[in-house]
Ligand binder design. Structure first.
Ligand code: SF4
Ligand code: SF4
Length: 279
């Protein structure tokens, strides 16, 4: 079994709130009872995240993380603690708030992943706003869009248009009830010609049985501090690694790569960072 190299920079995906002003038809959180929850005790979250051993990147997401009342405070505190900060956002926040994010993360910039939700956002206005942000952002920028059946025919043009503006455009298969929807062979082919899930070249990757560093150098944490190995682990309520806010948490973090027990991996980070052998 191939053992992927030790990842020098670990990554945490922190779903810091469930709050969002949109209600996308495909949102994985639309069945959450309370869409107004957010991480409350920020200093404890920040203390735990900045105490992780070695180099780490924290990817902030939600809901819509810019809607967390302490979002910029958290960004500033994480950056001051030496953490690389990235964000997944629907880009609905005012340009001044986006610019503040850029300024706070300038010393160790990460990635701003802008989700284009065609049920709410106009692509022209979205592209214009993102280009203006990117002009003064030291980090990387990309655009993602969910390939609903309705969106799929529009995606090649959108990709061309964002590519022409120097903005990487990635598609994400739609999921319902935990799994990728039942695309027809032609729709699957269309998705693959657009790069597959987040440009990974696959629609619903299966790495079961392979060694993966998720659980050691990658994990996800929600607004309550609950930690799981990766998104499939949380979906199936398996491989819970404890509470980030528990002082004993670090002892529970794994030290080795472990075999993947899931037959569908929608975690882009471990795939893109070589934490699992995707060949
Ligand atoms: S913008 Fe994101 S978090 Fe908000 S409803 Fe849409 S998919 Fe869900
Ligand atoms: S589902 Fe993906 S991230 Fe999770 S253990 Fe498997 S390969 Fe790793």
């Amino acid at each position: 079994m191939n053992r992927p190299l030790y990842p020098l920079e670990g990554v945490v995906s922190w779903n810091m709130n469930t709050t969002c002003s949109y209600r996308c038809s495909y949102c994985t959180q639309r069945f959450v009872d309370d869409r107004k929850q957010w991480a409350k005790d920020l200093p404890r979250f920040i203390a735990a995240l900045t105490a992780l051993p070695g180099d780490w990147e924290v990817k902030l997401s939600g809901g819509e993380p810019f809607q967390h009342p302490g979002f910029l405070d958290a960004v500033g505190a994480l950056a001051a603690g030496g953490v690389r900060v990235s964000v997944v956002t629907n880009l609905a926040s005012p340009p001044e708030k986006l610019a503040r994010f850029a300024a706070l993360t300038a010393a160790r910039p990460g990635l701003l992943s802008a989700s284009l939700h065609l049920e709410y956002a106009d692509p022209d206005a979205f592209a214009e706003k993102l280009a203006a942000f990117a002009a003064s952002y030291a980090g990387r920028v990309c655009v993602t869009c969910v390939a609903t059946r309705e969106n799929l025919p529009r995606l090649p043009d959108l990709r061309e248009r964002f590519d022409a503006a120097g903005l990487r455009f990635k598609v994400q298969p739609e999921k319902q009830d935990r799994d990728v929807i039942d695309y027809s062979p032609a729709e699957r082919q269309a998705l693959l010609s657009l790069g597959g899930h987040n440009d990974t070249g696959r629609v619903d990757p299966d790495f079961s049985g392979r060694l993966c560093w998720a659980g050691a150098r990658y994990f996800i944490v929600d607004h309550r501090g609950e930690v799981y190995r990766c998104y499939p682990a949380r979906r199936y309520r398996q491989e819970r690694l404890g509470s980030l806010l528990d002082p004993a948490f670090l002892r529970g973090l794994r030290k080795e790569a472990f075999p993947c027990p899931y037959t569908y991996c929608n975690c882009t980070v471990p795939q893109e960072r070589g934490m699992v052998d995707t060949r």
